[in-house]
Design a protein around this ligand. Structure first.
Ligand code: 6PG
Length: 240
């Protein structure tokens, strides 16, 4: 695993650097394999980055978009990651509808919808039980408690290793999430983290010793590249 940590001077610098790295990874994937599979982070940090990606002239028909996690709400609800991403980016570019692969959240049972998306991923990537898809790029955020995707501290989701998608639990609220092994099979994982409220969790995630159950972002160690793009307010104490 190649690990790179960059601390950008401010939020705008973080957005610009994130855009440039994401574009480079998208274009490299398409050049090498004719397609790019990217799984997106939710939350608020990535929204301006998605808006910036939408301004780019990319071969949208070669880009397939997934989400690394999703709140278990209909896609028209304000807290839906899918809704945020479609409004910030996907609705404004000519990406084929078939290239957008949202996590299903309209059933009555998050476990059933997690299993449904697991099957959707296996069929799309053409993989057998026991294997994992290899995403070209997975974008992740990190909460101020050290969670990532919907892998929250001291929850069962952290130890799920026999499937691709599981049900996360945020204070009793169900969420769908990629599992740790699925994320760790990616060619490239990019964390994008901003804000002083993330400082303490980042220090624990980067500390030589700390509980992975308490700081789940520590579990992310992809076979490929791991990038941490931080703004100064989040990563000031990590600069060597
Ligand atoms: C979500 C995200 C989650 C997010 C972090 C950081 O569904 O909310 O996937 O993991 O990345 O909570 O969120 P902010 O970017 O809003 O701080």
């Amino acid at each position: 695993m190649k690990k790179v940590v960059e601390v950008l001077p401010d939020k705008q610098g973080l957005i610009e650097r994130s855009l440039s790295l994401i574009l480079a990874k998208i274009q490299a994937a398409i050049a090498e394999r004719g397609i790019c599979t990217i799984a997106l982070a939710g939350g608020s940090t990535p929204k301006p980055i998605y808006q910036a990606i939408a301004t780019q002239n990319l071969p949208w028909d070669k880009i397939h978009v997934f989400w690394g996690d999703e709140r278990y709400v209909p896609p028209d609800r304000p807290d839906s990651n899918q809704k945020m991403t479609r409004e910030a980016w996907l609705n404004t570019v000519k990406i084929p509808a078939a290239n957008i692969h949202p996590m299903p959240t309209l059933g009555a049972d998050p476990q059933a919808d997690a299993a449904k998306h697991d099957t959707e991923l296996r069929e799309f990537f053409g993989i057998e039980p026991g294997d994992y898809p290899i995403f070209d790029l997975i974008l992740l955020g990190m909460g101020d408690d050290g969670h990532t995707a919907s892998l929250f501290p001291h929850t069962e989701a952290l130890s799920v290793s026999d499937r691709l998608v599981t049900v996360g639990n945020k204070d009793g609220e169900p969420r769908l999430s990629f599992t740790v092994p699925l994320i760790n099979h990616a060619r490239c994982v990019i964390f994008i983290v901003a804000g002083a409220n993330k400082q303490t969790a980042l220090e624990r995630v980067f500390a030589p010793e700390a509980s992975e159950l308490t700081y789940p972002a520590r579990l992310i160690a992809p076979t490929g590249e791991l990038w941490w793009l931080l703004d100064e307010s989040a990563g000031a104490n990590l600069k060597n």
